[in-house]
Design a protein around this ligand. Sequence first.
Ligand code: B12
Ligand code: SF4
Length: 452
Amino acid sequence: MYREYPLGVGFIGTVLKEHGYEVAIFDQNAEGLDDELLWQTVQAFAPEVVGFSVITPNYPVARAQITEMKRRYPETLVLAGGIHVNLFPEDLLADGADYAVLGEGEYSTLELLNRLAGGGDVEGVHGIAMIGLGGIRKTSRQPAALDLDALPFVDRGLYDLPKYTHHSMVASRGCPYRCKFCCNYTGTVLVKGVAVRSHEKVIQELQYLEQDYGASEVFFADDIFLLKKSEMLAFAKTYVESGLRVCWIGQMRADSIDREVAEALAAANCRRIYFGVESGSDEILARADKRMTTSQILEGVSCAKGAGIRVKTGWIYGLPGSVAEQRKSIEFMLRMRPHEISIHQLIPFPGTPYYRSPAEFGIRIRDPKDFESFCYGGLGNNVSFDYMSPAQLIELLEQTAEALEREGYVSSDEATAADPFIYTTPLNLNSMTVFRSDKRGGPLNPAMSSAC
Ligand code: B12
Ligand code: SF4
């Protein structure tokens, strides 16, 4: 139901455009699965440089496209960036990328292109990896996070806006927590720390979106919107004084909200909040290092709901813990009754302790480089859990769906944004299917298809 434009490539495109480069963005999440449109776009635009933005779930697609790009256009320079590239730069270089860009890409990319255009040495460019005579060579990373206030606003003219459900922006980059299931931006893209923008700049960008683009809704793609209670209160005050009308959506931790904050955010036109709840078991939450208890979560959610804010919640089935503990999520959902429930199955993504040392958590990964199995949510073949079989997971998902439907929740297969109570699980058609192999004509993961 929601579709957002990709901000990372937007930032890079904006900086390049400001420095005289001609830029186009192709977003396959919005354009659909048919690669033909990609090749037509490349043919028509005839770029000298192509950059791929890669996170683990889209790596199998990116890998194939990079190889094909080099086959069709051997002279075109290929760059790769994004969180997956920071974890496995050597793989992207082996796939055919000329340079892997590490860290925040705005100025590394600009500097790299300027130097290449001028025939200069790329050694002094921060955060790039390339194949040299003796194997992979990396230059030194940017020493600190970028000053986000000094960056230009993303040029929304780079996107095909009608393809997206709302606008998006960031107020911060990074996160100080260390939940074990999360591939944290801090430590992968950012070497360390969290970068936060000033309220004034955030308000100015909202004004720009409202006035220049007629935005009525903006999604903040931050890991945690503004991080602290004091920051949120100050932002809400500035927002109210600004006379803005645009509504917005934020992703937050439930323990960062109390009644005062929730009411201030509601007065500042916060329409929806996404909370990562993950589980209804305190034991599972503690083991995952979530640093929040179920009672804190319940309190935060009820403050947001009480202030009239629509609440979307994310849950993970399959975090380390017994099936009996996992089942506690059903009762917790019904008690909490958030407007939207989005259930995912645990995927031990690279960049997390579950990927680095799975055995410690009862997780088995047969081939850590079989990323297809990480992307399409199949369990049992490559990734399995000692504490929960695929059949048990599916049974739990079905029991959850039944319980939620009994209580008036509508499945995402049928729901519209107007439905008050919506849920989705990995068994729903619209969940994680963007790049599913069944849609590409190949077989579904057998572990899922035989059991479904
Ligand atoms: C917003 C968001 C979404 C939105 C995406 C909207 C969109 N179209 O972009 C939605 C909700 C749809 C989404 C979905 C999913 N997401 Co998501 N998402 C995020 C989030 C919170 C912010 C992304 C963002 O805008 N960052 C800000 C920009 C500025 O940073 P950036 O994209 O990294 O770009 C910078 C650099 O990486 C680099 N760079 C990036 N691309 C390129 C390309 C080139 C050529 C160069 C040179 C440089 C470069 O330069 C950029 C500017 O500095 C991130 C966490 C995070 N903090 O990044 C998770 C995150 C990317 N998501 C993640 C996951 C797992 C998913 C899902 C699989 C969830 C699920 N189970 O369904 C799906 C997959 C969707 C798909 N099919 O691709 C993981 C990925 C983990 C991994 N190892 O790859 C992350 C990291 C969350 C986490 N901490 O675990 N997501
Ligand atoms: S799940 Fe959220 S709070 Fe936890 S480390 Fe990731 S971004 Fe931070």
